[in-house]
Design a protein. Structure first.
Lengths: 482, 250
């Protein structure tokens, strides 16, 4: 009778199609399915790579073959058939582009649908966008302006060609090939990604941004990102994702490595909105990402993530606080709806003296989803006077969703100070009714309440990104209270 | 304005309202008094559209429309306001943004454009004066860390912002000291007008010295058992509820 918004709204959610579910029809140059040394040689040859990189890939492949897919996460999914995946797809675009006008109109339309019209991005926000369509970068902007400051911001393939010494010095130093199953796989087959280098003492004047997009049906996406901030430099890096609708699961196993040299600062922000699958969880993206940064003396790395997409998320952006007085931060909002599963968190490894870390994690579970925070705070014997503060909050939108917290704390130095706070709450019927009684509709009320809950994290995002993230949270949770 | 006929409502197994009749005309102030558990707050919740309650008899007309057919949001947008007995905290949502969403919701209902920034802020300043709500409280998260008195002042501020046709005050006097009671009452009195009606729910006669009602009703066991003028409140204060209960049974 009186207010039956709940049922109506639940129905809408289950019937709701993924907003960004569309496919771009561009001819692709695609390798046959399966993984072998030959395929790796093919990828390496296609990309005209130097021999050291090929050897590095082959080594990683050899290691990967001896490894097993991890089963410790609180996740339940059908393990991908790695021999059924095609490991290379490149849009057929031979010549270098001088301007956006030369970009395939079909591709441009995709970008428009995503709401990232590049001209507008450039004009309005001063963001340099390196747009990755499948595996090959098709357009890079603002490069000249950055070049004046000595900043390198390009695709990984280009970096391998133009700056081999930098790539070779840092690649795999933060996330070794044998680190885990997915990082080994990525090292063997990565096709592209982004590379960024900020020279000594330079403060990057704009937010560097990459939009990743999985586009080719049946191809996995293996991005490799490397950000190096030289002594005393600063950079803010944005990563945002959407993916088109798919019937079979799509695998994504990226590796991101950050290197903050003495007194440098890297701020790495992610808004992730990959296809989460249908209401039963069928067809969503599998997101197995290894992200890690190393902090040298008095440097700082700050991870901020808003995770709303993917059917399965396995992701722990981490900091190795190697240098004395270095700082690591992790701010996360992870939303799961319908049948989505997320096992995400961070690792803060304290090695240096007077190292500080902060962890703020806000989980939101709706539908029948499961959302786990998994974190490790490790204070090593060398880390005198280290400090950590962790706060892990969970918000349940329904009675059928789950929130789990797995905090691991290892302290091997008696001078350490470690604080951990955790709360779990159900979205308040009282809060909701209060909003409704003021004439705010159910959708907007949920959006207000959830955004308020996540505010501490959203505040860490750069302005334009924060607005986008707020919208995304609202879309992801439309009508999910029950 | 409001016509309640033989209203019956339950929560879970418990039948709370058992055939309640009440008519409120424009400009009138009605007070509902009654012992604990008589159904006062249930009446407020049912009128506002809280879904925990099931209406299982009778009807309610609001401005000629069937109130029970509307959801809580529609009722609010049509001009029904409830000042909560226990105002809710919403962390991370500023009072100002909250009110802006509410005001724009109402404007959308009226077919108006969202309110302009300056116009909105001017309105906030003007209405905040009514209940001496300072800038600090306006910008803080909704009711978070507010004292009892501040929360109630905030309710009246919100009421002033939304300019309802019918305002229901659910035990607004509970937990207020004498100064806060004065401020809240003055805010309400300033809003009295020939078009606006009030339904004041209270346990004590004290509030009615400040907000003087046109009619007083006594609610016992889910029914209005006696109605009268403001002097009825004084009589209740003096004699308690027992004599009315006995009357009602008899």
């Amino acid at each position: 009778m009186a207010y039956d918004g709940k049922d109506k709204v639940l129905e809408e959610v289950t019937g709701k199609a993924y907003e960004f579910g569309f496919t771009t029809e561009i001819e692709s140059d695609k390798a046959p399915a399966g993984l072998s040394e030959d395929i790796i040689r093919l990828i390496s040859a296609k990309k005209e790579e130097p021999d050291w990189l090929l050897q590095w890939r082959l080594e990683a492949f050899a290691v990967w073959q001896t490894m097993e897919e991890p089963d410790w996460p609180h996740l339940n999914y059908e393990k991908p058939d790695y021999q059924a995946i095609s490991y290379y797809a490149a849009p057929k675009q031979k010549k270098q582009l001088n301007s956006l006008d030369e970009v395939d109109p079909e591709l441009r339309r995709t970008m428009d649908k995503l709401g990232i019209s590049m001209e507008e991005q450039k004009r309005l926000s001063g963001v340099a966008v390196d747009f990755v369509m499948d595996s090959v970068s098709v357009a890079t902007s603002f490069k000249d302006k950055l070049a004046e400051l000595g900043i390198i911001f390009c695709s990984m393939s280009e970096a391998v060609k133009e700056h081999p010494e930098l790539v070779r010095r840092h690649l795999g130093t933060v996330v070794p090939t044998r680190d885990n199953f997915f990082s080994a796989l990525n090292s063997a087959v990565f096709t592209d990604g982004s590379f960024c280098y900020i020279p000594k003492g330079v403060r990057c004047p704009m937010e560097l941004s990459t939009y990743f997009r999985i586009n080719e049906s049946g191809t996995g996406q293996f991005e490799r990102t490397l950000v190096v901030a030289d002594e005393g430099s600063y950079v803010s890096y944005l990563e945002g994702c959407t993916a088109p609708q798919r019937d079979e699961n799509q695998l994504h196993a990226a590796v991101v490595e950050l290197v903050a040299l003495d007194e440098a600062e890297i701020k790495y922000s992610t808004v992730q909105n990959w296809y989460p699958g249908d209401a039963e969880g069928k067809g969503g993206v599998y997101n197995f990402v290894t992200k890690r940064g190393i902090c040298h003396r008095r440097s700082k790395i700050s991870w901020t993530q808003v995770e709303t997409g993917s059917a399965v998320t396995w992701k722990y952006p981490s900091c190795i606080l190697k240098g004395d007085h270095s700082v690591g931060e992790f701010y996360s909002v992870a939303v799961t709806n319908n049948a989505q599963q997320a096992d995400t968190g961070t690792k803060m490894i304290h090695l240096g003296k007077h190292t500080h870390s902060t962890i703020i994690s806000k989980g939101i579970s709706a539908g029948n989803s499961h959302n786990s925070y998994r974190g490790l705070v490790q204070i090593m014997p060398s880390a005198s006077n280290a400090r950590n503060f962790s706060q892990c909050d969970s918000l349940l939108m329904t009675d059928t969703s789950g929130a789990h917290t797995f905090p691991y704390i290892e302290v091997k130095n008696p001078t350490a100070q470690v604080e951990h706070e955790a709360t779990t709450s159900k979205i308040g019927e009282d809060q909701l009714f209060y909003c409704l009684q003021r004439g705010i509709d159910a959708e907007q009320a949920i959006s207000l309440i959830v955004n308020g809950y996540a505010k501490e994290v959203l505040n860490q995002l750069p302005m334009e990104f924060a607005v986008e993230a707020q919208k995304l949270l609202s879309i992801s949770l439309e009508g999910s209270v029950g | 304005m409001l016509k309640i006929k033989e209203l019956q409502a339950s929560i879970g197994e418990a039948q709370i309202l058992k055939g309640l009749n009440l008519t409120i005309n424009p400009g009138e102030v009605h007070a509902i008094m009654g012992p604990n558990g008589s159904g006062k707050s249930t009446l407020a919740s049912v009128l506002a559209g809280r879904e925990d309650y099931e209406v299982n008899g009778g009807g309610v007309q609001f401005n000629g429309e069937d109130l029970l057919e509307m959801d809580a949001t529609e009722r609010a947008r049509s001009g029904l306001f409830l000042a909560f007995q226990y105002p809710v905290e919403i962390p991370g949502v500023s009072n100002i943004n909250f009110m802006r969403a509410a005001v724009n919701g109402k404007r959308e209902h009226q077919g108006l454009e969202p309110i302009k920034g300056k116009e909105f802020l001017d309105m906030v300043k003007e209405k905040a004066k009514l209940v001496e709500l300072d800038g600090r409280l306006r910008n803080r998260s909704v009711n978070e860390g507010f004292s009892g008195g501040e929360k109630k002042r905030n309710e009246i501020f919100q009421m002033a912002m939304l300019e309802p046709n019918l305002a229901i005050l659910d035990e607004t006097d509970s937990g207020l000291d004498i100064d806060a009671l004065r401020i809240v009452s003055e805010g309400v009195n300033a809003m009295r007008s020939p078009e606006r009606s009030f339904l004041v729910i209270t346990h004590y006669q004290r509030l009615l010295e400040y907000i003087v009602p046109d009619f007083v009703h006594v609610l016992v066991d889910g029914r209005i058992v006696r109605s009268g003028g403001k002097e009825l409140a004084l009589e209740l204060e003096e004699k308690g509820y027992d004599w009315i209960k006995e009357d009602a049974v008899a």
